[in-house]
Design a protein around this ligand. Structure first.
Ligand code: AKG
Ligand code: FE2
Length: 364
């Protein structure tokens, strides 16, 4: 099974035409096409926990510029990178060194039990320790001036020798946010909710651009797990294409699938906040990142071409605003599973999730 690619440009154009008043039969046709595209988004998220999209505002060149800078950064010495760590701020800004982040499957016994019962061909590799990947955290977008969940008051960290850092992070991060907002609108329509049901809740959310850096030179052996089996606790995660494959997702039917992101496309994944808002209609997508046969082939190609052997993901965690209340929305309020998703402030939910993996500052 291949994930379909959703063209956000068609949605943007069609909704503009609709607003322009495509009346009568033509309007109904537009309406139907738009509805079908949105149903495709919600159906794919529900069945696979993931979605491929193409957004003309997020070009392959933008992604490359971001990856080039991050490859250069992660290639610097551990000693240099450790200058950007803020353990006292729970790594909420700056770099998180390798072997600090704890994947949920390492500490969640219920999850481990489920994994053990999975058929062998789809069973993830259970991690034996923290993830050997690095990560850089950079906040994106405005935060509320008045909130019950004040983020630690810290300036963003800019590594020395990277004059383009702020502009590159902000511009790529904001582009990814615009794309994820369109997906959120389409998903809301597809799930039968009001168009802005999700995006209103995302306003001033604690969004984080949080690229990972995995050293394939030092840890390039088959089956090395860079990010142990987990779900993301935020609303929707969006990534630009990585230069090395390795991300596996688990479909709702239990099958495992390696994701192949075509050039110029973005990958979106359903997080736990989306699961909450849909009362379990759309579950948070389980995934991991490991060295697979296709990663090995890409490593070989990169070696021959003399390219960087750092696998960079341009992960952005889009969140629901901390003060907004998570609860099953609209038609999902009456679903039989709704009692599993009682109302809770998104900020409190995030704190609760982080306390399980025992890392206050980890976003997802
Ligand atoms: O490195 C990646 O491609 C994604 C890692 C991941 O799943 C995460 O950061 O939550
Ligand atoms: Fe993840």
């Amino acid at each position: 099974m291949e994930l379909p690619v959703i063209d956000l440009e068609s949605y943007l154009n069609l909704s503009l035409e609709m607003e322009g008043g495509g009346g009568g039969c033509e309007g109904e046709g537009l309406d139907r096409t738009l509805q079908e595209m949105c149903s495709m988004v919600s159906r794919t998220l529900r069945e696979t926990g993931a979605l491929l999209v193409k957004d003309p505002r997020c070009s392959a060149e933008d992604n490359d510029r971001f990856l080039d800078m991050m490859e250069r950064y992660f290639a610097r010495s551990d000693e240099f990178k450790r200058l950007q760590t803020r353990p006292n701020l729970h790594y909420q800004v700056g770099v998180t060194p390798k072997c600090v982040e704890i994947p949920r499957s390492l500490v969640d016994e219920e999850m481990q039990e489920k994994v053990r019962k999975m058929p062998e061909e789809f069973r993830p590799l259970l991690p034996s320790g923290p993830d050997p990947k690095w990560r850089f955290m950079w906040r994106i977008g405005p935060r509320p001036s008045n909130t019950r969940f004040q983020e630690l008051n810290s300036e963003p960290i800019v590594p020395e020798g990277f004059p383009e850092w702020k502009e590159t992070m902000d511009s790529w991060g904001l582009k990814l946010i615009s794309a994820v907002e369109v997906v959120a609108e389409m998903a809301a329509i597809g799930f039968g909710l009001e168009k802005y049901a999700f995006t209103t809740l995302m306003k001033e959310g604690p969004h984080l651009l949080a690229p990972t850096g995995s050293d394939l030179q030092g840890h390039g052996q088959k089956n090395t797990v860079f990010a142990g089996y987990h779900y993301d606790l935020n609303f929707l995660t969006i990534h630009g294409r990585s230069r090395f494959p390795g991300l596996n997702i688990w479909l709702r039917n239990g099958e495992k699938m390696e994701v192949n992101v075509p050039i110029g496309c973005l990958l979106v994944q359903a997080g736990k906040e989306l699961e909450w808002l849909t009362g379990g209609e759309c579950l948070a997508g389980m995934h991991d990142v490991a060295v697979t046969d296709s990663t090995l082939r890409s490593i070989e190609a990169a070696r021959i071409e003399g390219r960087s052997l750092w696998r960079v993901s341009s992960t952005l965690f889009a969140h629901i605003a901390s003060d907004a209340v998570l609860h099953p929305l609209g038609c999902f309020a009456g679903s039989p599973l709704a009692p599993k998703y009682p109302p809770i402030c998104a900020g409190e939910f995030v704190e609760q999730e982080l306390s399980v993996i025992n890392l206050k500052g980890k976003p997802a």
